[in-house]
Design a protein around this ligand. Structure first.
Ligand code: FVH
Length: 295
């Protein structure tokens, strides 16, 4: 795309598979884009698309109003950024390196001490999805000024959601979303193993699982309401009712000779709540058992 006079100069530090996709999206959006990577050869394709290659991280920082860092982890990011702290002062720093919530808050506090405007981010996408707003979602937390100032550039990467000024939030929400994803996949794998004992293929199972799971997601807002109110009173599908369902799954799974590693913890969570006298409450009460792990 032609470079527009108004497009903010951006810098991308870290050209692994994600950093290359990010820099590519900025270039496609017409932003003057400077890149730096420890292994310089990874910048070649971006150079052929018009990126400027900075010989050092310091020079890369100086070229960008928005400096995006997407390297392996916090230690790698610190190794690169701490020696160039003075050059970052007065610029916008967007950290797209995966950080824990505590690391995100520490990085934000460091940036504040050094007069660096800091925005933390979490990428809910794989590199091939970057640039596609329907598939790629990015979560941001930290400086609202940085988010608003560079919003148009950020939208080039994917759908952008700002979560407030506490930097830890992006990482925390990312982790919650990933936990939901892994448990959904694990449940699907359990189901596929179970039906496979009677020769049903995973493909056949998927054709039924897709509309089923989609229909089940419509119950999530109702579950959220129970949780947020802290009131699990219900007259439908109580924990006692769901205990019957889980006992059934455990029995059939054992009978069919497959493992119960995925389902057992769910059955145990239900058992604990029922044993504590909450059998008539909603399934959403399981969150109380998760919040207070078994001693
Ligand atoms: N790829 C993905 O699907 C996920 C999606 C969710 C978010 N993650 C996070 O993004 C960060 C980068 O991930 P990546 O996939 O680009 O990772 P790699 O392809 O392995 O590239 C790693 C880059 O980090 C550089 N690097 C590593 N250690 C150092 C260091 N000590 N000093 C300087 N740079 C370092 C590495 O450089 P090089 O090996 O090419 O020289 C790469 O540029 C990550 O936080 C994911 O969790 C991606």
């Amino acid at each position: 795309a032609p470079r527009s006079a108004e497009a903010t100069p951006v810098t991308v530090i870290g050209l692994g598979s994600m950093g290359r996709a990010i820099a590519g999206a900025f270039l496609a959006g017409g932003h003057p884009t400077t890149v730096w990577n420890r292994t310089a050869s990874k910048a070649a394709v971006l150079a052929s698309k018009g990126a400027s290659l900075a010989p050092t991280a310091a020079e890369a920082v100086e070229a960008g109003e928005l400096v995006v860092v997407c390297v392996l982890d916090r230690d790698a990011a610190q190794e690169i950024l701490h020696p160039v702290t003075d050059r970052l002062a007065g610029r916008s720093l967007l950290m797209l390196t995966s950080l824990s919530p505590a690391e995100a808050n520490e990085t934000s506090a460091w940036a504040a001490r050094e007069s660096i405007a800091f925005l933390g981010g979490a990428i809910m996408a794989t590199p091939d999805l970057i640039g596609n707003p329907e598939e790629a979602s990015l979560l941001y937390a930290g400086s609202s000024a940085v988010f608003e100032l560079h919003r148009a550039a950020l939208e080039l990467l994917g759908t952008s959601t700002y979560l407030g000024d506490v930097a830890a939030r992006a990482s925390l929400l990312e982790t919650g979303l990933l936990a939901s994803m892994y448990s959904m996949f694990a449940g699907f794998f359990h189901g596929a193993a179970l039906v496979g004992t009677q020769g049903v293929t995973a493909e056949e199972f998927t054709a039924l699982a897709l509309p089923w799971l989609k229909a089940m997601t419509t119950f999530l807002p109702g579950q959220a309401e129970f949780i947020d109110k802290g009131d699990y009173t219900t007259d439908v599908q109580s924990l006692a009712f769901n205990k019957g369902g889980l006992d059934h799954i455990m029995r059939i799974s054992e009978h069919q000779g497959i493992g119960t590693d995925i389902m057992k913890p769910i059955a145990e969570l239900i058992d604990r709540q029922v044993a504590a006298g909450h059998g008539s409450d909603s399934l959403a009460r399981l969150i109380e058992g998760i919040r207070t792990p078994k001693a």
